[in-house]
Design a protein around this ligand. Structure first.
Ligand code: UDP
Ligand code: MG
Length: 146
């Protein structure tokens, strides 16, 4: 049996400000993910710019950075077999209008920008994005005492 892998999930500021954190975490647990680590953090401009640096030439970049700094974000490290594609399936398409029924973006997303959630797009990026939000010590200490 393949071993489990990890992905980075964000509950974006639109969802946190609408008090959807609990419902989205319910969705995560209901879909069979383990939560390895979790924190709430209000991103600064430099952090949001760096996190989305791959999109810096895109027309939506400045607006995206402004949105991502508009309030707190909840960051989670999720674990499951095939965590990266499994979490992207659970979120649904980037544009909520195109997302499948029952997905987080379909259920809760308001627009292509305000789509409630982020998920890593490859195992390599998952490792980088997990490191962006969590220290090695936080990951080690999150599941066992001492
Ligand atoms: N985004 C946007 N306009 C677009 C495309 C993307 O505002 O036309 C935002 C949206 O919040 C999205 C994020 O930029 O989640 C990152 O875009 P990406 O294409 O990586 O989509 P994702 O991987 O989040 O599905
Ligand atoms: Mg992406």
């Amino acid at each position: 049996m393949a071993s489990s892998s990890r992905t980075l999930a964000l509950i974006k500021p639109d969802a946190v400000s609408r008090n959807l954190t609990g419902r989205i975490i319910d969705h995560i647990l209901g879909a069979g993910f383990g939560i390895v680590a979790l924190k709430q953090i209000h991103l600064g401009s430099e952090q949001a710019q760096a996190f989305y640096a791959v999109h810096r030439e895109r027309p939506f970049y400045d607006s995206l950075v402004e949105f991502m700094t508009s309030g707190p974000t909840v960051a989670l490290v999720l674990e499951k077999q095939g965590a990266v594609p499994a979490w992207r399936d659970a979120m649904g398409a980037t544009n909520p209008e195109e997302a499948a029924d029952g997905t987080i973006r379909k259920l809760f997303g308001e627009s292509v920008e305000r789509n409630c959630s982020h998920g890593s797009d490859s195992d390599e990026n998952a490792a980088l994005e997990i490191g962006f939000f969590f220290s090695t010590e936080e990951l080690l200490r999150s599941r066992s005492p001492g």
